[in-house]
Design a protein around this ligand. Sequence first.
Ligand SMILES: [Ca+2]
Ligand SMILES: [Ca+2]
Length: 475
Amino acid sequence: MENTLVCANGSVPSSVQLSATPTGGTWSALVSNPTGATVSSSGLVSINNATAQGKSFDFVYLVNGCLDTIRVIVPVCSAPCVESSVTLTDSPVCSQDVQTYSFTFSVTNKLGIVKVDKGTLTGNNPYTVSGIPSGQSVKITDSLSAICKSDTTIVGPNCNCNPPVPVLLASSMTACIGDTFPTLKATVVGLATVEWFSQSTGGAVLFTGLNYKPSGTVAANTIYYAQARSTDPTCLTAVSTSRVPVTINAQNCLVEVDLALKKLISKKIAQVGEELTYTIKVYNQSANGATNVAVTDTLPTAVQYVANSFAPNRGTATLTGNVINWSIGNIAANGDTVTLTYRVKVLQPGLYFNKAEITSAGEKDVDSTPGNNQDAEDDLDRQCFTVPIPLCSGSKVEVSIGTNYTGVKWFKDGQELTALAGQHVVLLDAVGNYTYTATNGGCPTGGCCPITIQAGTNCCSDQLCVPFTTRKIKK
Ligand SMILES: [Ca+2]
Ligand SMILES: [Ca+2]
């Protein structure tokens, strides 16, 4: 007769009672039994969990002179697989650059080896995982064996919820009074949409979507504001940190005017540290008076505005960032001309363009549209200046132009440099005046400045300026 015991929670029973009929006999163990289990004369088997596993024990029952033997088999019991639990010691923390996050956790009833499927794991209960990509979940695995393991998924925060501000297709539009509004268009990056408002902060959403055509008709200059709202399910409340304005210039299209703008500069070739004077002239070539005229001018990065140098003969000029807004007001018919002058200080060598354009007018212009950035129109003009670039012996000057130009040809002192044809970035190593042409306009309207390279002084001694050892590239 055999009796196999059953494991419970990784252990064998501590005792088992044997019984037999007829009753009244006595139990004893075979002398050859291994250690681990004993039996009392009444048949109570005491089992040692640690030593009895995997062994068989024979017990003898003696009654009325008859013997019978029963075998008790003690199985090997394996520890049960109890899932461990993971506890975060604090909320996940976003990194400074909001691209990743980290958190610290501890494991209770740890089974074995702790691993993570993202980020870098350090420490030993508590553990820290860092460098997990923003918005991604992490799986923590605590495993003893392929079967006995415990997985816990931590849903990570989206550290970079706020979408970037929308990009407007046009930030300034023109419409006739009485017409319906033009459609305002914006694009957004990533998981986001656009919300339109009538005010720069607060207020009700007028419309949600990339393209918004305000209802009703244009009565006066109107500004709408676009903000981006996240459509990422993990951060639906996130919006761009600011709103971008789009201006609709209302024009009286029953009256036609013809405004034009000219931009002038006091010097075309300047030195670092010198002051230049820009002059903007706006004049009315038509027989009708113009109202509500405004001009926008953008300073090149290489100059610094000289404080308090705005001198308009009408209206008010203000500088925001590197953008000048000149609010003029009325310009009378038949040649009335207004001017704005201001000074800038030259900060670095190179060739610099900037442009000014009429961005608002109360009446329809016969041959130009405010703020549409069209080079060929008479309401926009460019100016440029060049600051000679010093060339030290043995060095080269790197000059680059926009990659949008096609059919580029380079000239030095009027002679084509055929080896450089078609290149947008060139290294120049000789003193001279350089220009370029392109099929789509090498020299912007209103003046083309050469890139001037002149012999540098105080560069370094000729001995040090041997090519290969002190080759210097300037941008
Ligand atoms: Ca015009
Ligand atoms: Ca224009």
